[in-house]
Design a protein around this ligand. Sequence first.
Ligand code: CAA
Length: 257
Amino acid sequence: MEFITVKTQYKKHIALINLNRPKELNALNLQLMTELKDTLKALDEDDDVRVIILTGNEKAFAAGADIKQMAGKTAIDMLNVDQFSTWDQIKKTKKPLIAAVSGFALGGGCELAMTCDMIVASESAKFGQPEIKIGVMPGAGGTQRLTRAIGKAKAMELVLTGNFISAEEALHYGLVNKVVPTEMYLEAATELATQIAQMSPVAAKLAKESVNRAFETHLDEGLHFERKNFYLTFASEDQTEGMKAFVEKRKPEFTGK
Ligand code: CAA
């Protein structure tokens, strides 16, 4: 790995991925996104990992797609490489994925954070879709995910002005789960991950899939999908263990089976 670092056993059942191009504010070039996509796929297949945290550094989560790499490209180059489809691959991750964001989360960086399931932000985090300032527009989900997350009025403003919002504003608009002092953002993300890692990984995957379905379908279909996934949890040993432990007034031991 050249542009990311991976700790598979960062904590019990938790893997940590660090975007690691600090001099370029973690600008997301093609190689980095390929490493990230491949790593997430491998972690998804690793039975010991239940939750994944994706982070950058204090100054930048990621300042967007790599403008220097894109600058000389033609429309056909962009179409052929189809680099932004990587964000869709990342969305396919089945395990809970938490973005721990400090500093800049801009353009493709904001889109990457929004592709994760939850965002824990440091008070110095800044979110935005500034593509319009360089003569383009968001291309990896910004117009869709930001609008769903914070509503049309504010999303339109951010996409058309390129202005950033602070972590507190992002919390106010429902883009992030929590905002903590800068020195604590990874710790706070780890606490959240630790809580989820204690749950049944089978139920967590099915629940994640079901919540995401809410954005992709109408209510009846979503409810039907949810119910089927609920019934499917009864095929797991974790369901037996979870309910038995409740009756026996003890803590469940989930195995992911
Ligand atoms: N791509 C490539 N390099 C980038 C970059 C990017 N997105 N963002 C920052 N860098 C590089 C800078 O070029 C600079 O490199 P050099 O030292 O070699 O000059 C280095 O990172 C540090 O950046 P700055 O000196 O600019 O740092 P700053 O603190 O003064 O400003 C910033 C920070 C406001 C984030 C500014 O760097 C900036 O505006 N970056 C671009 C943000 C942007 O437009 N993102 C959207 C990209 S397009 C996109 O993402 C499309 C999509 O939908 C997927």
